[in-house]
Design a protein around this ligand. Structure first.
Ligand SMILES: Nc1ncnc2c1ncn2[C@@H]1O[C@H](COP(=O)(O)OP(=O)(O)O)[C@@H](O)[C@H]1O
Ligand SMILES: [Mg+2]
Length: 216
């Protein structure tokens, strides 16, 4: 039971994600999509419930352990790129490597490889303000991939892009799923793009709408 001033956002959600699977999450604003993504990605702790990666419940970890786990295992992309404006594309992308304890040289090498993978090898010394919205998001994707995460959580990653920029970004995400086998969990309003996913999860009022939850 929700206490006073406590809002019950997600209700009775049970969900299993397989490695390399692509999942699109749709549903009206306020349905709990972002909350679900934050909990599955270990950014927020739920009041109740577990999130298991393999056999480990990530909410048994301390905050420090959870932060390390996220840095190594999970990539995030949001609607806004959150790139640091005073650093170049390359510097932004290599930063999670340094945070993870990799050397500068190793982080930089990896960052260059990934920027190449997302089609931005000719933009590595540009600052975020010198890039288009679509390019900024691709840099954000590259940054999310630096530590070889197994799963990428994206919360309306194309919400701020025009139609063609959005299409390009989604194509890139699916290309990454093909090329490096990364699992995708993507919240999107774009039904056309959601349709490319192996599975569409529709959230309504904090619950999974079962009709849509079935495999296509
Ligand atoms: N930090 C917060 N504090 C209080 N309520 C929140 C917070 N974040 C989200 N909510 C509420 O939780 C519900 C689900 O929000 P959210 O997960 O952002 O939905 P969606 O991403 O589907 O639009 C909404 O009713 C929202 O107002
Ligand atoms: Mg949201």
């Amino acid at each position: 039971m929700a206490k006073r001033h406590e809002l019950e956002v997600l209700k009775g959600i049970s969900l299993e994600i397989k490695r390399k699977e692509t999942i699109a999450v749709i549903g009206p604003s306020g349905a709990g999509k972002s909350t679900l993504l934050h909990i599955l990605g270990g950014l927020d702790r739920p009041n109740e419930g577990k999130v298991l990666y393999g056999k480990e419940n990530i909410f048994d970890y301390s905050d420090d352990q959870l932060a390390r786990f996220r840095n190594k295992e999970i990539g995030f992309v949001f609607q806004f790129h959150h790139l640091l404006p005073e650093f170049t594309a390359l510097e932004n992308v290599l930063m999670p490597g340094l945070i993870n304890g990799k050397s500068f040289a190793k982080s930089e090498k990896k960052a260059k490889e990934i920027l190449d993978l997302v089609g931005l090898s000719d933009r590595i010394s540009h600052f975020p303000s010198e890039l288009s919205g679509g390019e900024q998001q691709r840099v954000a994707v590259a940054r999310a991939l630096l530590n070889d995460p197994k799963i990428l959580f994206a919360d309306e990653p194309s919400g701020n892009l025009d139609r063609s920029g959005g299409e390009q970004l989604h194509n890139l995400l699916w290309q990454l799923n093909d090329d490096i086998g990364i699992t995708l969990f993507i919240v999107t309003h774009n039904l056309e793009l959601a349709d490319k996913a192996d599975r569409i999860i529709r959230l309504i009022d904090g619950k999974i709408d079962n009709l849509e939850a079935e495999k296509k």
